[in-house]
Design a protein around this ligand. Structure first.
Ligand code: SAM
Length: 282
């Protein structure tokens, strides 16, 4: 592991000791102390200069420092744990004018308001307990294209698999469709539990998401969510049965979408779900 500092800041293990950052489970705290790894994650986001980089949950700052070392000239980091703020202030002081730290809850943050006028990249080793709601919030927002030009995010490997899965894959489901109907989601690489302090039980993966200007088929995000919830709520049942949960005549809806009433949710591709949402729109 390389937690040696080539930014003249202390080693991350020293930072954790100095500021008493014992990991808290309720905050999803599994820290990355290897700057080689965090720099690799930062590079996965592509060029950083000229963008506002939003980081969720900087903690002791391993990824924050990597983003700055890899060329980010404006980073805004939102951290809930006030114990981490003095450590983050040290990083701010070492990179004058480049890092703004906000103490707050990522789930209650108005991202568009803090983004400003520059293009935005979101890069984060997310706390696992809020990773999916944050992702779906960014993916379902209006207007589109969104305020962000890419998301480079750490998830549990199984969640990353669900985000990127296609028809025919056991992991294909609601999260795959909401991630792919107007974005491209690619799993970039796995990260061993050994890379974290403390070590989680599961492997993690970095996912890179970029928005397309247009959806696969135009439809409303809220209706798409309702349709996929109904269909995958009973994924082994035929659509003519599972879509009864939407009210109305499911067979008419399915036919209008150009699908067969006997199909199961796992057989319908992303475009098919978008057409179902179109047909189900008021
Ligand atoms: N970025 C650091 C790293 O890679 O070592 C820490 C990542 S750790 C998995 C998740 C971080 O998110 C922690 O620092 C935690 O305190 C913070 N966090 C947890 N819940 C949060 C929330 N609701 N809003 C903002 N930050 C949160």
């Amino acid at each position: 592991m390389n937690d040696a500092a080539d930014d003249n800041l202390p080693r991350l293990s020293e930072v954790i000791d100095r500021y008493g950052l014992s990991a808290r489970k309720n905050l999803g705290q599994n820290f990355l102390l290897d700057l080689n790894l965090t720099r690799r994650i930062a590079r996965t986001a592509g060029p950083l200069e000229g963008f506002t980089i939003i980081e969720v949950g900087p903690g002791p700052g391993g990824l924050t420092r990597a983003l700055l070392m890899e060329g980010a000239d404006k980073v805004i980091a939102v951290e809930r744990d006030e114990r981490a703020l003095p450590a983050l202030a040290e990083i701010s002081a070492a990179w004058p004018g480049r890092l703004t730290v906000m103490h707050g809850d990522a789930l209650a943050t108005d991202w568009q308001a803090i983004a400003g006028s520059r293009p935005v990249k979101i890069v984060a080793n997310l706390p696992y307990n809020i990773a999916t709601p944050l992702l779906t919030g960014w993916l379902t927002r209006h207007p589109w294209p969104p305020f962000w030009s890419s998301l480079t995010l750490m998830f549990q490997k199984e969640v990353a698999h669900r985000i990127c899965a296609g028809v025919g894959d056991n992991a294909y489901g609601r999260l795959s469709i909401i991630s792919q109907w107007r974005s491209d989601a690619v799993k970039m690489f796995d990260v061993s539990p050994k890379a974290f302090t403390p070590q989680p039980k599961v492997t993690s993966s970095i996912v890179h998401v970029t928005p397309r200007s247009e959806p696969v088929v135009g439809c409303d995000a809220a209706v798409l969510e309702k349709v996929t919830a109904a269909a995958f709520g009973q994924r082994r049942k035929m659509l003519r049965s599972s879509l009864k949960a939407l009210g109305g005549d499911p067979v008419a809806l399915i036919t209008e979408a150009g699908l067969e009433p006997t199909m199961r949710a796992e057989e319908v591709d992303v475009a098919g779900f978008c057409r179902l949402a179109q047909a189900a729109s008021p």
